[in-house]
Structure formats: structure tokens, C-alpha cells
Design a protein. Structure first.
Length: 724
């Protein structure tokens, strides 16, 4: 048996996925367990869940796969800061303090977190290959073009791949800093939303504005070719920042300063949202057409954070059948945990060999993928939680009665928390951890936003519809299968007045079709149609603003009490809210207190270590800052200045506008490297494959400084583990 653990961590949306003999059996994001949205820490709880699902321990794993190549990413940071010196010291200090203290020793850190022996195979995978594998290897397609678009991986921001039964071949790439994802995030930041969190808010804001800045964006910010390749002017996007990305030049171009969080949304924010959405739609369409052209494939898979832009993907339905498009429902970095696991599994020559052996890509394509890969809970487990908290409930073992009662509640105007089956993997609730409501009520959208979700009033809600009835309500093919809310589609003109709560300002909806494979959720839609003649429900994620989607029964009960939902249907139990607000507050306080006291206090050794670290923290900070200043102005400034005289341009600004295409040809699949020989081996591999030997002195200096920073940051001084 081959068991591969895929891990995505340390940037945002950490996750773990487990592949057993090439099939994903479990996957979950760390945020669902820690209750910290977009948690970037090591996904310890998600890993534990995956291992328990398979009934194994970490020592029984065949290999561990990580979703990016750290040294390749570090090489990009080194080169880009060489090109920007001395203008970007603050971002240099922020990045290097993390990389030099522990990220360059990532293989050992992963082994330590997992409790694995030194030398256990940890494979670092190319980021965009992980995106591609996460889509194609679980798609229903035998052959397909694969498009991956995000902010940036190691160097790549956009790629076109070819997927066949023989494997995945990367054909063309666009290098950093030319990134559609970074441009979209810069606009997100300008509109006052948080980068890596608020992009979907900007997408929802777009229909409220006019695309007044499209020409300005094309003229000054991004130059786009007919084949979808593009060149980003970094004077308008601060590509070395991970928080704002907005430059003074961008503010001058738009004629306004960026909106601060908490300020009222302005017309210019709506207009910019509309404009960047038009640009994104155009670029995605051009890349899609070019991918089909160079691969000769009708069918196309999508992954990467930009592929979560369901408005851009929805406009492709004008040119393609839904059956020819497949989008990974966890298209962002969390989904790379799946891709990494399957990518390493594909490199096994057979089930008895190490992942360090040459790639043969024999892994078969999975013919059916269900994103419900998270934890499930039995009725006895749920009942125990309800009784401990002291909620009123009714147990209905008759499934027909359960769904009929729930459907009647919704038809009567109640807003229901719906907790069933395995938790969804990815950013969207698909009928397992959902809040459901009646789409026919014109005021339901505002009620949900203000009273339940506590979020911006312009935010739209998605409909879940019986697949067999989709074409009667939406402008799509008959019986179209769009099960994961990946596409925005038009609402039929004759139905818009009938479902106002899910019809956005531009008369579209982010659609989820539901068939019999969804079990109880499908039967609920049937029951609601039998009562109302409407085969739709509002389906939004079961969480409050700023919180992850609920994972456990306790999470669901807490959210039920905190959001003032009208009812909770959890497993086979119908739960009524407390009779008074005082009772609600009392129960909510009891849950929070119980959660707090259940947290394990740190061990004596950890407490002692923390005290020692706090004692030396001021000195460590001084040592680290002096070290980074010497590195930047004593090494980077000198070498960067000389390199620029020689015409060194890693940011790609010295490009002629007469170039017909910005695509970079990639002759074959990008290599994988085992980290058994640790960080030194990764450095040597990087220098050899990238043919950048002139970087060797800088990287050697960085490794030596890494030891100094690591020693100053810990009383244990982990010299050995950073090297091996």
C-alpha cells in the first residue's frame, strides 16, 4: 500500500490531504480545527484527522509531499531583492527574518512536526505542478489542457500544461512578477479588503460599478497579448509586499487614495472592481483559448487562486459546454495538498519503490471526485454534544420526515443551520456545512447579511438547485452539471422576480447544481420543491463573519447560538433555539468557557523554554536586525548595484512592447527533488538546474547567517537540524 501525505502550509490556508494507492481518502484545512481563519501554521490537526481516517500513524507513510520548493522560492526572494535594493529593505527584513530563522530548514521542521526519523522522504513539489495535479488527476478527463493561474508559486504565476494518461507536461509559463493574481489582489487592497481574503468581496462588488478604468489598466498597468500572455508594470503594483500591493502610482492613476478598512465603500471602489473584473475575464478567456489551441484539447481543467473567480470562469460557458470544463473546488493553495500527494504518488515506479526514483507518471486518472473529504460525526456523537450543552432537540430517525420538516421550516421563512455528512474541502459550503434559506423572499439577502452573517450588505448569496431543473431557472444547458459553485451564470429573465434573494445586481447567480449523490441535501431540495414549486435554496457557508466554516458539532452549535439562526438540523436532530436571549447568552458563554479550559497548558519544558526566549528576546532582536542590515547593505547592495550595471533584470521590466508573446516555453515536466540530503542538496540542485552559479556566494552567506539567526533565536541553537 502506498500512502502519501500532502501538505500545504506556512503561507495561508494550510491543509493536509492523504492519498492511498493514488486515491484521495481525506483532506481538510487547518483553519477548520484551530478556528483561526486562513490559518497558515503547520496543519497538525488536519494531519491527525487524515491519518486517523486511514487508520495509520505517521511512521506508516510512504512519503510526505510539500506543495512548493522552498529553495526555489527563496531564490526568487534573493533575486528580486537584489534587483530592488536599496528601496525595499522593510520587505527584505520581513521575508529574510522568517527564511533565515527556520524556513530554510523546512524538511527537518516537517519531520519534527510529524515525529518522523531523520532521512524520512520529504519531497518538495513545484507549486504550479501541484495545482495542475490537483485538478487533472481527479478530473473525469482522460486528456485535457490544464490552466493554472495564481499570484505566484516559486517563480511561475501562470502556466499551461498538457494532461494525458502518461502524465502532466508543463508547456508554457509566465514568470514573476507578471501576475494576474497580484494585480487583482492590489485592486482588492485598494478597495479596502484584505489581501488573500477579500478577493471574493471585490468580485461581488464588481456588478455595482462601471468599468471606467479598463483602458487605463490596459494602457499603463498590464500589457496583454492575443495569446493571453501579459506583462505587468510593477510601478503600479508592489510585488514585494504581501499585505497592501498598492503603490502611489496606482493611486495617482485612479485619482484617489486606497480605502481604509472600516470606511464606507466608494463609487471608485465599485468602478475599479468592475474594471479589473473585465480585464480578468478577458485574460482568462484568452489563456483558455490559447491552451486549447496549443494542446489540441477540447477539455480544460483549471486550478490556482484566480480559478476561484467564478465570474471569469462563468463567462467561458458562452464558448464551451460545462462538460468540457473542470475546476478544482479547492483551487487555491489548500488544494495543493491534494496535488502534492497525487504528484508524488505519480512518481512511484511501483508500490514498492521510493518517491526519489525517476518519474513514470503511471497514476491513473480518478473518474469521480467528491470534495466532501473532511470529518463526519455519528448521531450518538451529536446527541452527546447536544445533551452536554443543554439544548432542546427532537430526534427524527425517519429521513423523509426530517427533510420534510426542514423544508417546511425554510418555506415558512426560517433560516436553518444544516450540518450533515463529511465536511467539504475548499472555501465553499456545498450542502454539508451550510446555512439554508428561502430564495423567493426579497428581503432574505439583507436579513442574512445583517442578522446572520454580519457582513457587507452588497454580498450576494448562491442558489443550490436540483440539477434536473437547472435549465428552467438559469441560462445553461439542460441538465448541466455545475456542482461546486465554480461558475456564475445568468438567471433566466422570466425567473428573476421569483428568486430575488439569489439574483445579483447583474442578474446572475453563483450556481450549485445538486444530484442524487448529495443524499439528504438532494432530498431536502425535492421536499422544498414539493411544498413551494421552487427547486432552489439559498446555500451559504455555515459560519459567522471572520470565522472558518464549522467543522464539529460543537462548532455548529456555537455558531447556531452566536448568529441567531432560527433552527439547527444536525445529523438526525432538529434543534430549537433557546427560549430567551438570556438563555442563548448563557449557553454560548458555557461553550466558550468549556473550550478555554479544555485547551492543554504548555508543558513544563515549554514554559521554561518560553521564559528563556523572552529573557533573551531583546538581545536576539538586536542581533537579528544587525545581521540583516549587514546582509542587505554589505552584500545585496554591492552585488545588486553591479548586476544592474550589467543589465540584470529579474523583475522583467526591460521588455520591448513589440514582443508577440510573453509566454516562456517549458520543454518538459519540471523536476522533482527529494530532500533527503537536506537544505544543502536543495541549494546544489537549484544552482545546477537553474544555471545561476553566480548566486552561490550569496546563498552560502545566507546559510551561514541562517545558523547565526537560528542560534540567536533559540536557547537550543539548532545547528544540526537546519543543515540536514
Amino acid at each position: 500500500m502506498t500512502v502519501i501525505l500532502g501538505i500545504s502550509a506556512y503561507y495561508h490556508d494550510s491543509a493536509a490531504a492523504l492519498a492511498v494507492n493514488g486515491e484521495i481518502v481525506a483532506a481538510a484545512q487547518q483553519e477548520r480545527f484551530s478556528r483561526y481563519k486562513h490559518d497558515s501554521n503547520f496543519p497538525c490537526d488536519a494531519v491527525d484527522y487524515c491519518l486517523k481516517t486511514a487508520g495509520i500513524t505517521a511512521n506508516e507513510l510512504t512519503a510526505v509531499a510539500f506543495y512548493e520548493r522552498p529553495v526555489w522560492k527563496f531564490g526568487r526572494l534573493v533575486e528580486t531583492h537584489l534587483a530592488s535594493v536599496p528601496k525595499q529593505y522593510s520587505s527584505f527584513e520581513s521575508a529574510m527574518s522568517t527564511w533565515l530563522s527556520w524556513k530554510l530548514g523546512l524538511a527537518s521542521k516537517l519531520r519534527k512536526e510529524l515525529g518522523l526519523a531523520r532521512g524520512f522522504p520529504i519531497t518538495f513539489c513545484d507549486h504550479h505542478r501541484c495545482h495542475a495535479a490537483s485538478a487533472f488527476r481527479v478530473s473525469p478527463f482522460r486528456d485535457a489542457a490544464i490552466v493554472t493561474i495564481d499570484a505566484v508559486g516559486e517563480w511561475t504565476t501562470t502556466a499551461i500544461h498538457s494532461g494525458t494518461p502518461s502524465g502532466i507536461e508543463t508547456l508554457k509559463t509566465l514568470p514573476f512578477p507578471h501576475s494576474l493574481g497580484l494585480l487583482y489582489s492590489a485592486c482588492t487592497s485598494f478597495a479596502g479588503f484584505e489581501v488573500n481574503d477579500g478577493e471574493y468581496k471585490l468580485m461581488g462588488l464588481a456588478p455595482l460599478g462601471e468599468p471606467k478604468f479598463v483602458n487605463a489598466i490596459y494602457d499603463d498597468v498590464i500589457h496583454v497579448q492575443d495569446d493571453g500572455s501579459f506583462h505587468l508594470n510593477t510601478r503600479f503594483v508592489d510585488v514585494l509586499s504581501e499585505t497592501t500591493l498598492v503603490t502611489s502610482q496606482l493611486e495617482s492613476l485612479l485619482g484617489a487614495a486606497a480605502r481604509r478598512n472600516g470606511e464606507a465603500i466608494r463609487s471608485i471602489d465599485c468602478d475599479l472592481a468592475a474594471s479589473i473584473q473585465v480585464v480578468t475575464n478577458d485574460i482568462v478567456k484568452r489563456i483558455y483559448e490559447h491552451a486549447r489551441q496549443i494542446t489540441g484539447q477540447q477539455q480544460v481543467c483549471f486550478a490556482g487562486g484566480v480559478s476561484l473567480n467564478c465570474a471569469s470562469l462563468g463567462q467561458l460557458l458562452k464558448y464551451a459546454s460545462p462538460a468540457d470544463l473542470w475546476v478544482q473546488p479547492a483551487a487555491g493553495d489548500a488544494g495543493c495538498a491534494i496535488g502534492a500527494a497525487l504528484e508524488v504518488a505519480s512518481q512511484l515506479e511501483d508500490h514498492n519503490h521510493s518517491p526519489a526514483l525517476p518519474c513514470t507518471n503511471r497514476l491513473p486518472v480518478v473518474k469521480h471526485f467528491d470534495p466532501r473529504l473532511g470529518p463526519a460525526f455519528t448521531d450518538p456523537q451529536i446527541q452527546s454534544e447536544l445533551e452536554r450543552i443543554g439544548l432542546r432537540y427532537e430526534h427524527l430517525s425517519n429521513d423523509d420526515m426530517l427533510v420534510h420538516t426542514t423544508a417546511q421550516w425554510i418555506a415558512d421563512g426560517r433560516i436553518v443551520g444544516w450540518f450533515q455528512d463529511r465536511m467539504e474541502f475548499g472555501p465553499r459550503a456545498l450542502g454539508s456545512r451550510s446555512i439554508l434559506a428561502d430564495p423567493r423572499r426579497a428581503n432574505m439577502q439583507s436579513i442574512l447579511n445583517s442578522r446572520i452573517k454580519h457582513r457587507e450588505d452588497f454580498r450576494p448569496f448562491a442558489p443550490a438547485v436540483l440539477q434536473s431543473k437547472t435549465a428552467q431557472w438559469f441560462a445553461v444547458e439542460a441538465d448541466a452539471e455545475l456542482p461546486w459553485m465554480n461558475f456564475v451564470v445568468p438567471v433566466r429573465p422570466d425567473q428573476r422576480a421569483n428568486i430575488p434573494a439569489v439574483t445579483h445586481t447583474d442578474s446572475t447567480s453563483r450556481l450549485q447544481t445538486v444530484n442524487q449523490s448529495m443524499g439528504r441535501f438532494y432530498r431536502l431540495l425535492e421536499a422544498f420543491e414539493a411544498i413551494t414549486s421552487c427547486p432552489l435554496l439559498i446555500n451559504t457557508s455555515f459560519n459567522d463573519a471572520g470565522e472558518p466554516i464549522v467543522c464539529t458539532p460543537r462548532d455548529a452549535i456555537r455558531c447556531f447560538l452566536a448568529t441567531q439562526l432560527d433552527a439547527l438540523v444536525i445529523g438526525s436532530f432538529l434543534v430549537q433555539p433557546p427560549e430567551t436571549d438570556a438563555d442563548r447568552v448563557r449557553l454560548l458563554s458555557a461553550i466558550d468557557f468549556e473550550t478555554k479550559v479544555s485547551e492543554q497548558p504548555p508543558s513544563f519544558f515549554r514554559q521554561f523554554q518560553n521564559r528563556v526566549q523572552n529573557l533573551f528576546k531583546p538581545l536576539n532582536l538586536v542581533i537579528s536586525r544587525i545581521t540583516l542590515l549587514l546582509l542587505y547593505f554589505g552584500v545585496f547592495f554591492i552585488i545588486g548595484s553591479i548586476a544592474r550595471v550589467w543589465g540584470y533584470d529579474p523583475l522583467g521590466q526591460n521588455v520591448s512592447s513589440g514582443i508577440p508573446s510573453y509566454w516562456v516555453q517549458s520543454g518538459s515536466a519540471q523536476p522533482q527533488a527529494s530532500s533527503r540530503i537536506g537544505i544543502v542538496g536543495e541549494f546544489v540542485t537549484f544552482l545546477r538546474e537553474e544555471k545561476k552559479w553566480w548566486l552561490a556566494p550569496i546563498l552560502v552567506i545566507c546559510v551561514l547567517l541562517m545558523l547565526l539567526v537560528a542560534a540567536s533565536a533559540s536557547p537550543v541553537a539548532p545547528f544540526v537540524y537546519t543543515l540536514f
